[in-house]
Ligand binder design. Structure first.
Ligand code: C2O
Ligand code: CU
Length: 509
C-alpha cells in the first residue's frame, strides 16, 4: 500500500517535471534560447534585408484565416488557410524580382511564414522565437526578399508547424527563369499532403506507432496512424483535378510534399524525367524515373510526356493502404476518369528512382572543413509523456547541441539515422552539397536543402556558412521536430533578440 503510493507519487512527479520543462521552454518569457547558442555582437533583427534597388517588385497579400475546406464530397475539414484555400495562392515571380508579402493574421493563434528553400536574410525566415516574434491575431507582418534562384519553392507557417502545416497553412512559390527556353505544353504545381479526416489526430506520435515501426520497418509507421486521407492540392479521390494532356505533350510537374509522410508517384515506363530537386536543375545523367519518391518537405520537378491517347492515373504504387486517394488522372480530350481506372500504369514495377545529381555543384572537390559536426538521429521514450521523443545527439530541442559557425566557414555534417523512422532533414538559409551516402562518395554530388535519411543510412553533407544568422536544421516530418528533432546553425557573430515562449507564444517547431 505504502510502496504503491510512493510509486505513484514518483510517476506523478516525473510527469510534472516533463510537462514543467516543456512549459518552461515554450511559455516562459525568460530569454530561453537553447543553452550553448552564443550571443554575438549583432542582433539578427538589424541584419540588412535585401533592398528593392531597381528590381521589378512583386507584392502579395496573404491572410491567415479559418475556412471549412472540402477535400472531397462529404469530406470537410476545419482548415487554417492562407487566403481561404488549401494550398494557399500560388505565388509566381521571376528570378531577380524583389518580393514583398504582407501577412495578416485573422486566426486566433499566432502564425508566421517560412519561405522554404529560399536563401534570404535571416530576419525574414519566419521562425518564431528565433528570427521574429510570431504574428499575433489581428496583426500583420511584411516579408521581403529577392528571388535569387529560379525553381520550385513553398511557404508555410513555422509557428507550431506540426499543427499549423497539418491544418493547411502552406502554399507554393514558383520562381521562373526568364531565360529558360524549354517549353512545356502543360505546367502544374502538385502539393501532396495527408489529413486526419475521419479521426482526431491524437498527439504527434503515439506509443503504438513506435511499437509498429519496429515491425513494419518502412520508417513511416508512426505517421501512418495519424492520417486517413491523402490529398493533391487539397483534394482527394474524385475531387483531384485532372491533367488535360494530348499525345506528345510534355508537362512540367512541380511536386511539393507538404505532408509528413513520403509519397511515391508511378509513371508509365519511360514517360518521366526528374528535371529538378529542391529547386536545382538535375544533371541529365540518368534522370528517367518510373517511380518518383518525394520526402516530406522536398520538391521534385518532373517532365512527363504523354505517350499516347490512353487516359491513365499517376498514382501511388500498389499496396498502400490509402493509395486510392493519391491518384492524378491524366485525361486526353474525350476520355474520362472511369476509363483511366482501367488503364492505370503498372504499379508493381520495381521502383527505379532517378539519380538526384545536380547541374551545379557548390564544391568541385571534397572541401576541407572548418567545422565538423556529427548528427546522430535517434528516438526514445519521452520523459513522462508516454510518447516518443526524437533526438539529435541524444538530446531533444532546444537542448540539442547547436552547430557553431563563423562567417565563411566550410561546414561538414555527417548525419546518421540510428532509429527506425525516416528523417527528412532540412536546413534553412543555405544549400548544401550531398557528397557521400553510407560512406561511399556519390559519383556526382547533389545540391539540395533537404536530405532524406532513412533508418540505418548516413550522409555526409557540406555547406558554406555564407548567410549570417540563427538558422534551424530540423526533421521535416514536423511531428518529429515537435518531439525534439531540431537544432540551430548558430553564427558566432550574431544573436537572436527573440525568445521561445514569452508573450508572443513563440513555438518554433
Ligand atoms: Cu519547411 Cu523549417 O521548414
Ligand atoms: Cu524525422
Amino acid at each position: 500500500m505504502h510502496r504503491l503510493w510512493i510509486g505513484s507519487a514518483l510517476i506523478v512527479g516525473l510527469i510534472a517535471i516533463g510537462i514543467g520543462s516543456y512549459l518552461f521552454f515554450f511559455s516562459s518569457g525568460s530569454g530561453s534560447l537553447p543553452d550553448g547558442v552564443t550571443r554575438g555582437g549583432q542582433s539578427i533583427a538589424s541584419l540588412e534585408t535585401t533592398n528593392a534597388a531597381g528590381r521589378p517588385e512583386k507584392t502579395f497579400a496573404l491572410t491567415a484565416e479559418e475556412k471549412e475546406w472540402t477535400i472531397e464530397e462529404k469530406e470537410r475539414v476545419e482548415a487554417w488557410t492562407y487566403n481561404g484555400t488549401v494550398p494557399g495562392q500560388e505565388l509566381r515571380v521571376e528570378q531577380g524580382d524583389f518580393v514583398q508579402v504582407d501577412v495578416t493574421n485573422n486566426l486566433d493563434v499566432p502564425v508566421t511564414i517560412h519561405w522554404h528553400g529560399v536563401n534570404l536574410a535571416n530576419n525574414m525566415d519566419g521562425v518564431p522565437g528565433l528570427t521574429q516574434d510570431a504574428v499575433q491575431p489581428g496583426e500583420s507582418f511584411t516579408y521581403k526578399f529577392v528571388a535569387e534562384d529560379a525553381g520550385t519553392y513553398w511557404y508555410h507557417s513555422h509557428q507550431h508547424s506540426s499543427r499549423q502545416v497539418d491544418k493547411g497553412l502552406y502554399g507554393p512559390l514558383v520562381v521562373e527563369d526568364p531565360e529558360e527556353n524549354e517549353d512545356y505544353e502543360v505546367e502544374e504545381t502538385l502539393m501532396l499532403d495527408e489529413w486526419p479526416v475521419h479521426q482526431a489526430k491524437d498527439g504527434p506520435a503515439s506509443r503504438q506507432g513506435m511499437m509498429e515501426s519496429r515491425r513494419s520497418g518502412d520508417g513511416e509507421a508512426d505517421t501512418k496512424d495519424l492520417y486517413d486521407t491523402f490529398t493533391v492540392n487539397g483534394k482527394a479521390g474524385e475531387a483531384i483535378d485532372p491533367l488535360e494532356m494530348e499525345q506528345g505533350e510534355t508537362a512540367r510537374l512541380r511536386l511539393v510534399n507538404a505532408g509528413f509522410q513520403q509519397h511515391q508517384l508511378a509513371f508509365p515506363e519511360g514517360s518521366a524525367e526528374v528535371i529538378a530537386v529542391d529547386g536545382e536543375a538535375t544533371s541529365s545523367n540518368d534522370a528517367s524515373a518510373d517511380i518518383v519518391e518525394i520526402a516530406p518537405g522536398e520538391r521534385i520537378d518532373v517532365a512527363y510526356t504523354k505517350q499516347d491517347q490512353t487516359p491513365v492515373f499517376l498514382g501511388e504504387p500498389g499496396n498502400k493502404e490509402k493509395a486510392r486517394d493519391m491518384r492524378i488522372p491524366v485525361l486526353p480530350e474525350g476520355t474520362s476518369r472511369s476509363e483511366a481506372a482501367m488503364a492505370s500504369p503498372e504499379t508493381e514495377t520495381t521502383a527505379r528512382g532517378a539519380d538526384q545529381s545536380t547541374d551545379t555543384v557548390l564544391f568541385d572537390q571534397v572541401p576541407d572543413p572548418d567545422v565538423s559536426y556529427t548528427m546522430d538521429l535517434s528516438m526514445g521514450m519521452d520523459m513522462g509523456g508516454g510518447g516518443m521523443s526524437f533526438q539529435i545527439n541524444g538530446r531533444t530541442f532546444p537542448d540539442t547541441p547547436p552547430i557553431h559557425v563563423q562567417d565563411g566557414d566550410i561546414v561538414k555534417v555527417e548525419i546518421e539515422n540510428n532509429g527506425s523512422m525516416n528523417h527528412p532533414m532540412h536546413l534553412h538559409g543555405h544549400d548544401f552539397q550531398i557528397q557521400s551516402q553510407d560512406g561511399t562518395a556519390l559519383d556526382q554530388p547533389s545540391v539540395k536543402d533537404l536530405v532524406h535519411v532513412k533508418p540505418g543510412e548516413s550522409y555526409t553533407i557540406y555547406f558554406e556558412a555564407n548567410n549570417k544568422g540563427e538558422w534551424l536544421f530540423h526533421c521535416h516530418d514536423n511531428n518529429h521536430a515537435e518531439l525534439g528533432m531540431s537544432t540551430i546553425v548558430d553564427y558566432d557573430s550574431v544573436y537572436s533578440p527573440y525568445d521561445f515562449g514569452g508573450d508572443a507564444e513563440n513555438h518554433p517547431s
